[in-house]
Ligand binder design. Structure first.
Ligand SMILES: [Cu+2]
Length: 67
């Protein structure tokens, strides 16, 4: 069953930020789709058996801090 996880990342400010996060988070196991809302500064991840710690680590790896 597809799960959804959302993370608020206040430092997101442009398309480049969004792309960096999308690239890193897409590599996490189980992730099927990553959407970054530039205005809301929210990262929405859809996938199977999502690992919260791994997703947060991927956002940090991209250079951002999930709130
Ligand atoms: Cu940016």
């Amino acid at each position: 069953m597809t799960e959804t996880a959302t993370y608020t990342v206040p430092a997101i400010h442009c398309a480049h930020c969004a792309m960096s996060i999308r690239e890193e988070v897409s590599e996490v196991e189980g992730v099927e789709n990553v959407d970054v809302d530039l205005d809301a500064k929210v990262v929405t991840v859809k996938g199977l058996e999502l690992d919260d710690a791994a997703l947060r680590a991927a956002i940090v790896e991209a250079g951002y801090e999930p709130a």
